[in-house]
Design a binder for this molecule. Structure first.
Ligand code: AMP
Length: 138
């Protein structure tokens, strides 16, 4: 816990939030500016900043909570599906790891989260894959 962290304040109960889930390791609360209503953020109680910082012991607690909330969004709110995402460093506006679980329904207007797509030139996909495989083995 760090005193200047907004999400640590929510976890501690000193900053107001609309809580949807609490476990020993994880807190889930509604995003105050939802993409769609029901948009939930899941945070580990332990203050870590990015996915790389998340201890292995918290991976299952965090992502099983994301799975539970995703299921609750479809069964409880009537969404057809969900978009599950996490910003790390770039576009990360709160420096406490958080998983977004966003309700999705066909025709909701969120077209692929507005991601521009690119194409690989001939042979380029294999070059990228080779670099990734090497980094994974390092
Ligand atoms: P990101 O931009 O991926 O770091 O996501 C941070 C999210 O935190 C944004 O979607 C914000 O709307 C949300 N947020 C910021 N302050 C609060 C707060 N006090 N309570 C709930 N959600 C918040």
């Amino acid at each position: 816990m760090t005193s200047e962290c907004l999400f640590c304040g929510i976890i501690a109960g000193t900053t107001p939030a609309t809580i949807v889930l609490e476990t020993d390791d994880v807190v889930g609360f509604l995003d105050v500016r939802p993409v769609f209503k029901g948009h939930t953020l899941l945070v580990p109680r332990e203050h870590v900043v990015t996915l790389s910082d998340l201890p292995e012991s918290l991976i299952v607690p965090l992502f099983s909570s994301a799975q539970r909330v995703a299921d609750a969004i479809t069964s409880g709110l009537g969404a057809q599906g969900t978009f599950v995402a996490m910003n790390n460093v770039v576009s990360q506006s709160v420096a406490h790891l958080h998983v977004h679980v966003v309700p999705r329904t066909k025709g909701d207007g969120l077209r692929g989260f507005f991601w521009p797509r690119t194409k690989y030139a001939d042979g380029e996909a294999e070059e990228y894959a080779a670099k990734l495989r090497a980094a994974l083995e390092a």
